[in-house]
Design a protein around this ligand. Sequence first.
Ligand SMILES: [Zn+2]
Length: 150
Amino acid sequence: MHPLAYTHFKKMVLDALNDNIVLYSVSAYRSFKDQASIYQNYVKKDGEEKANKYSAKPGTSEHQTGLAVDINTCFTKDHFEKTKEAKWLSNNAYKYGFILRYPKDKEKITGYIYEPWHYRYVGIKAATFIYQSEITFEEYYDIMIENKEV
Ligand SMILES: [Zn+2]
């Protein structure tokens, strides 16, 4: 992980433990090669069109930035969204600079299905704004471009 993201992730994991919430990374930084292999496997399994809804083409994955982390799972079949860990994350992650990157019912904006486990480090100021405004990173980016500041 990027050192800044790692420092904040570690603090979040330790604070969560105090609330009896166990968080861990199942996937954080990925190289181009790692992403290419993951993506190709999904394309083989589901076809390119479907795979594009939940897996990024190599070179376009947030995991390659070292700022994204999949927490506790990376599968929809695990129903992570129903766990107390997912609830804790959705209420607290912004305090550590992380945002839920692909929220529910925002598929048209983000281009990805709801991924309750995928968090991205954007810094505490941006994360707090995004959380309080209930917007996606894409919408935040648009606001930033228009206003030059938030
Ligand atoms: Zn992810």
